[in-house]
Ligand binder design. Sequence first.
Ligand code: GAL
Length: 683
Amino acid sequence: MTNSNLKINAGRPALIRSRIIFVFLLCCWLLALNVSRVEADIVWLDELDLSLTTQSWAEPHKNQSVDGHGLSIGGQTFKRGFGTHCDSVLYVNVNSNARSFSASVGVDGEVNSPRASVEFFVRGDGKELWRSGVMRAGEPAKPVTLELTGVKTLILEANAASGGIGADHADWADARFDVVDGARIATMAVPVEPAVILTPAASPKPRINGAKVFGVRPSSPFLYTIAATGDRPMTFGASDLPAGLQLDPQTGRITGSISRAGEYSVTLHAKNALGSAKSKFKIVVGDKIALTPPMGWNSWNCFASAVSEEKVKAAAEAMVRSGLINHGWTYVNVDDYWQNHRDSTDATLRGPIRDPRGNILPNARFPDMKGMIDYIHSLGLKAGLYSSPGPWTCGGCAGSWQHEAQDAAQYAAWGVDYLKYDWCSYKDIANGKNPDARDIPTWAESKGTNDQAVAAYPFLVMGKHLRQQNRDIVFNLCQYGMKDVWEWGASVNGNSWRTTSDIYESWISLYRIGFDQDKAAPFAGPGHWNDPDMLIVGKIGWGNLHPTHLTPNEQYTHISLWCLLSAPLLIGCDMTQLDAFTLNLLENDEVLAVDQDPLGQQAKTISATQSTCILAKDLADGSKAVGLFNLGEETQVQVKWADLGLKGKLHVRDLWRQKDFGRFKDSFSATVPRHGVMLMRVW
Ligand code: GAL
């Protein structure tokens, strides 16, 4: 028994041992199974097709920064991830297959510029799920982990947080998805929107468009082309024109000069085989010009440093040929690079800066400035030039420093109607770095007590010289909104002033600039306008022409917003390549009338949520222009009459479609597409 007991006792530990081994092996197997399951359930962002990213500069990189270095943020290195450049958007079709997303984000260590400022966003099905806050070079990575259950489309955005996109190298390090049971997810192209044309074709019968009020100084040369749509041939008339003016009945051009100050009520007429039209037009002879925001074209956003006389003349011809002149478009403005350059190797930019008497000399691409401007005038249009109060423009061409009076006189002699005057190298003077700038106020002297006077000084000088000329020259201050220029721009004879740094072609840039103008709104009015920069529709590209990266709805938002803001409208695209969609944006007279409204009020935000914004302004006829903007994915936007200070049953008209919606009690709501707008008139 003992033996058998012994046997039994001897057999039990063996059994236990084998059971333990069995359980151990089972655990190992289960663990192995689990580990492989976990591995299979992770999808790294860098495994997906990153080439579907849209970004404003360079190419997206897998496991590397945008410049092709190993990923590093704030001194920490990462093996995996996605290196991109602001503004960057990547769509991921997760299709409810992901449990979570995680990453560590930040500015890549290859950048150590104080200019770098990036904000990372994660959006799920149109809603903002997370934002990083502004991140700068050298800061440690910020971790993010998000629940994604039920999310179909995830958007990863890295946006320039302030100023431009310069130095904004953005990393999504260790970016990964935890997916459901080995499901697959994939990146996708940004959804393409159809470019739907909303503006109805102009009637073949005559219709007079354009501003209803026009300012001119006593005895200044007068040029106004009656803007009228309708079949040609068309003849024009004007009753009660003040003494000194003549109308050419074939071209509709009114020229001459009026010596007596005062207000003159004129009636304009246009007639063709199908009918006739008339319209009231007020000429105000006095101190103020630019009574409505200037409308025209500028060479910068399309040609940048590659501008030439042929391109400018072609733009002017296209303004006429395309019919835009019949909607009030007037100015043809040359930006930087009509002067000779400081040190360019381009032979067309080399040559003496000034003649022996100090007169500014155009470069070889503009062999006959006076001839070119006369030609622009002969088409019924006006001409503009660009300079800087510093010795050099932003592009390094000759500026007006110490030649302000001479330059103003030269512009007038050439027949210039508009001057954009850009701070650029004047910064060295304001910084006290120029030994010739003895009596000029500097930041150092001001010690923060009178900075506006320092900022205003160079514009005061040029503004005074422009006023001494015998022609009206619209004066645009370009200094990117420094020292709240809107508060003092009018006091230095400015007719408009840039309120922001340069616009670039991305939704973020448009959104950041366009919806941040309330601060300056009280300072806009007839003769003095806030300028949120030039238009980025059509073929643009700063010397590298391509269709704008804005979606069709973003372009409707752009034009609607600029019109609500009473902003100067300066087309930035190649005028010889206007397509039907771009023309539809630029020739809707009911939309343009919001910009050109004689009251000159700038719209203000009347209500906003994280993804919608409503702007409204009063119009001269007592109605209101209202924009319902959608900053996210398609949604309903509602405006309450009470928020507009109105009540009862009101008429609503869709301005893009030029159609009445009917009358609505208390409120109106519309379905507004992604980044789109419903622009309407309410009365
Ligand atoms: C920038 C200005 C641009 C363009 C450019 C020319 O300062 O903001 O609009 O004029 O200079 O170099």
